[in-house]
Structure formats: C-alpha cells, structure tokens
Design a protein around this ligand. Structure first.
Ligand SMILES: NC(=O)c1ccc[n+]([C@@H]2O[C@H](COP(=O)([O-])OP(=O)(O)OC[C@H]3O[C@@H](n4cnc5c(N)ncnc54)[C@H](OP(=O)(O)O)[C@@H]3O)[C@@H](O)[C@H]2O)c1
Length: 315
C-alpha cells in the first residue's frame, strides 16, 4: 500500500469512525505514545486496558484521562512488569478472566539505551528481556483470546532496527562481551520486528484469523530516553526535542493506532512517519530492510524465545 492511500497528510485519527464495543490492550500506556494512543482510542468510544508496571503512575494516567474525557470512559489497568515473566503470566491470566474481547494487543512498552548492562528478574539483558521476551510471552499467552476476537497484534518497532548489529547475536544474547546502550536497544527492537513478521507467516500457515502489524513512532517527544537512558543521551534528546526534528508524543501514537484500527493494511509492510529520515511526517509505508525477514534468523529467534520464556507457541 502506498502512502498516497491516506492523502498527503498521511494517516491521522480523522479517519477513525466510532470504536464503540471494541477493546484494546496497550502495554506501557501510562505515558508517551501508549498514553496518547489510549486517549485517541477512548475519544472514539473504545475500551482500553493498560498493561503497566507502575500502579501510582497508572492511576494518575487514568485520573487525567477521566478528567479530560469524562468519567464514563472505559479505561482500566492491569499490573504487568515485562521484566518479570511471572508478572507477565499473572497479567495474562487476569486479561483472560476479565477481558472477553481483544480487538488489538498493542505491544508498545519499552526501555531504551540503558547505560550499563542490567538483567531482568529472569536473567535476560534488560532491553531484550523487557522489549522482546516479555512481549513474546504476552502475545503467546493471549493469542487464543485475540484469535477468538478476530483481533490484531501491533508491534511498535523502531527505526533503530537498522542501526546496531542488523542481526540477532545468538552467541551472546545477554551482551556480556560487548554491551552497548544503543546497540542493545536496536537489537531488541529488531528482535520484536523479526518476531512479528515471522508470527504472521506462521499464522497464515496455520490459517488462523489474526493479523500482525508492525510500525514505528518516528522520533517523538516521550519519556523513553528520560526514563531509561544515561545522562548524556537524556541531554541530547531533550535538546533535539526542542527542534522540528522531533514530533509530539501524540503524533508518535498515530502509527500504532492506525495499525490497531485501519482496514486493509498490509501485514508485510512497515508503517510510520515518512518524512525526513522517517522521524516525522505523514504516516504511511516505510522501507523495510530485508534482514528483518531473514527466515533462518527469525526461526532461530523463535526457538530461542520459546525456550527462554518456557512457553511453546501452539501454532
Ligand atoms: N519516542 C521515540 O522517539 C521512539 C522512537 C522509536 C521507537 N519508539 C518506541 O515507541 C514505543 C513507546 O515508547 P515511548 O517513546 O512512548 O516511551 P515512554 O514514554 O518511555 O513509554 C514507555 C512505556 O513503557 C513502559 N515500560 C517500561 N518498562 C516496562 C516494563 N518492564 N514493564 C511494563 N511496562 C514498561 C513505561 O512504564 P513506566 O512509565 O513505568 O516507565 C512506559 O509506560 C516503544 O516501543 C519504543 O521503543 C519510541
């Protein structure tokens, strides 16, 4: 699908019709692009269940949304820490019990550019553990519910996928030998994107009724670097965010909202801002580098992810 499909301004929420009766799950929705996506979906009458790690921040986010949009909006949260597989399992159980319909699971949460090597509760390098393994397990555990809803899975990637190593470092997944804040972030985002395209391929082979869409938010003024990055990166990003090179967090939410709602998208495509360096600009189709769909690497990553999360995919 060409960018021109959505006109010269690209996809914007103006295209949204009523979303009454639909339910969206968004990871990391208390701030940044996930919060803005929540707001956009709520304004159209959808229900949103946030999957967040911090209770206080989540309650504040909900309060803010209710103040702005009215107390009747259907927004709630389930506690989930992607850095802890037990927490992901417990959140998935709560979703299965309390959310009968999932129109889209939006894998939005992430950490980025953590200055020193850190491990998750389960011992994974923190970017890979939170951004990829946590989401891999969540998608796996919620797959049947999403399928019953003929729903979608939206994976929020990053243009960082084409920086860094451009492949998966199977020989040292925890980066014990060559830890680097940016390269490890890029590695985890590439893993998420490789998983997404491979998942759609397997879904098609199994003739299941689920669509997986991949997008990126460009460069958006969110709390990403401020939350997990080192001092130098935080200062650089703050300065950049004052220039037109970086767009608002709200605009950063457009690609994921589009992937969760728009009809006739292409699961083999990669959506996001299409302006200068794909950092800002009209939302449409961006170029996808072929190494993302390298089948040998993707298959190996799938097996490693099943083994590390201790959960086989029934696909
Ligand atoms: N902003 C950009 O320019 C940019 C560029 C490329 C890609 N992206 C991608 O865009 C997506 C949204 O990020 P953002 O920019 O909106 O960042 P953000 O403002 O920092 O939001 C990230 C969200 O993820 C949550 N999170 C972090 N670790 C978590 C964990 N262990 N368990 C559960 N939730 C966790 C955060 O929760 P807390 O509030 O509790 O920390 C927050 O809600 C990410 O996938 C990111 O990789 C962003």
């Amino acid at each position: 699908m060409e960018n021109k499909e959505f006109g010269k301004n690209g996809w914007t929420p103006k295209r949204l019709e009523s979303l009454e009766g639909k339910t969206y799950l968004i990871t990391g929705a208390n701030t940044g692009a996930g919060f803005e996506a929540t707001r956009i979906l709520l304004t159209k009458g959808a229900g949103v269940v946030m999957l967040n790690r911090n209770e206080t921040k989540s309650n504040k986010a909900i309060e803010k949304l209710r103040e702005e949009l009215g107390s009747g909006v259907s927004v709630s949260f389930i506690k989930m820490d992607l850095a802890n597989l037990a927490s992901v399992r417990s959140a998935a159980e709560k979703v299965i019990k309390t959310v009968p319909r999932v129109d889209a699971l939006m894998c939005n949460a992430a950490i980025a550019q953590v200055p020193k090597q850190k491990r998750t509760v389960d011992g994974f390098e923190s970017h890979l553990g939170v951004n990829h393994f946590g989401h891999f397990l969540l998608v796996n555990l919620l797959f049947d519910r999403i399928e019953k809803s003929s729903g979608r899975i939206v994976v929020v990637g990053s243009e960082g996928y084409k920086m860094g190593l451009k492949t998966i470092q199977f020989e040292d997944m925890n980066w014990d030998k060559n830890y680097h804040p940016m390269n490890t972030y890029c590695h985890s985002k590439l893993a998420q994107m490789m998983f997404a395209y491979d998942l759609q391929r397997r879904i098609d082979a199994a003739q299941k009724d689920v669509k997986v869409y991949v997008c990126h938010p460009g460069a958006s003024a969110t709390s990403l670097i401020n939350n997990s990055g080192g001092l130098r990166d935080r200062i650089i990003f703050r300065l950049m965010a004052m220039t037109p090179l970086v767009q608002s967090a709200e605009k950063g939410a457009y690609p994921e909202v589009m992937c969760a709602t728009e009809d006739h998208l292409d699961p083999t495509a990669y959506y996001g801002p299409t302006g200068r360096m794909n950092w800002t600009g009209p939302v449409g189709v961006c170029e996808l580098k072929p190494f993302v769909i390298d089948q040998d690497v993707a298959s190996k990553l799938w097996t490693v992810s099943e083994n590390q999360t201790g959960q086989k995919f029934q696909l």
